[in-house]
Design a protein around this ligand. Structure first.
Ligand SMILES: [Zn+2]
Length: 285
């Protein structure tokens, strides 16, 4: 069984425990690169940890990362809970990530998306005053809530669990960042800044003076799976493209049109999704 790398840094004083996750999906390099940059700065003393501790798990799915694919047998962020029988390596990775989550207070899980031009967003699935303030402090642009509510109301598998859900079940606070398109350098910068902003928010590094405006908030309301029925998007949607209620998102070959039900956004469109995979999501303002 492959052991995931975990790097821990401890401040002088007691304080919060933060876990930062990269490459839960193997083809999403932004978090891994951002973690490497920050580790060098911590090692050299350029960034000083004042209190608490931060653990980095830079490559959560090393097998998928080696092949530059999202996952090998299981999408790690759909099976992120305890597995008594480690049938695949990804079950083993999930168990190791659960161990790391069990040993922390806060989790920042960094991802990226499929299409050039995708806007960055942060997902705050279990809203509290603290997670709302933290999500806003990341200063990413749009905060998206209600991911878990959307899943609960959909026909998605009931055991569909991700890092933020497992963290919530364990009483931890977690956010998931989508840093933009996988291969845009801005995604690495945004991933890095989101870790720095989290460390500042938790008082773990020196604060810099900055005014952060209230970010927009959007709410997930629909998940659409690709079915056996062939069909296509009516345009090249990007993550966070705005749509109005009634706008057609996709047309199936049987003539059925899939439409937005509220004014809002197309979320993480995946034009090459295969039957059974998540195709796109919708959020409302
Ligand atoms: Zn991802």
């Amino acid at each position: 069984m492959t052991k995931l790398e975990l790097f821990k840094y401890t401040g002088v004083e007691q304080g919060p425990k933060l876990l930062v996750l990269g490459a839960i999906h193997g083809n999403e390099p932004a978090g891994t690169i951002a973690i490497e940059k920050l580790r060098q700065q911590l090692d050299s003393g350029l960034v000083k940890l004042l209190k608490g501790s931060v653990c980095f798990m830079p490559i959560c799915n090393p097998l998928a990362k080696d092949k530059d694919v999202r996952f090998i047998e299981h999408n790690l962020n759909r099976i992120l809970n305890r597995h008594e029988n480690e049938i695949t390596q990804e079950h083993g990775f999930a168990n190791q990530i659960c161990d790391a989550i069990d040993n922390t207070d806060y989790i920042l899980d960094i991802h990226s998306t499929h299409l050039e031009g995708d806007l960055p967003t942060v997902f705050n699935d279990f809203v509290t005053d603290e997670t709302s303030s933290w999500a806003n402090a990341l200063n990413i642009g749009t905060v998206i809530t209600s991911w878990r509510d959307m899943l609960n109301e959909s026909d998605a598998p009931a055991d569909f669990s991700d890092t933020v859900n497992y963290a919530h079940l364990k009483g931890k606070k977690a956010l998931l960042v989508e840093a933009g398109y996988h291969y845009e350098p801005q995604a690495e910068d945004l991933a890095y800044q989101s870790i720095i902003n989290t460390l500042e928010f938790l008082g773990m590094i020196e604060q810099t003076e900055k005014q952060i405006p209230n970010n927009d908030v959007a709410h997930m309301y629909k998940i659409v799976f690709k079915t056996e029925e062939t069909g296509a998007f009516v345009k090249d949607w990007k993550h966070m493209d705005e749509v109005n209620c009634g706008d057609v998102i996709a047309k199936l070959d049987n003539g059925e049109e899939l439409k937005a039900e509220y004014d809002g956004y197309v979320v993480i469109p995946f034009p090459t999704a295969k039957a059974g995979e998540e195709w796109f999501y919708l959020a409302k303002k």
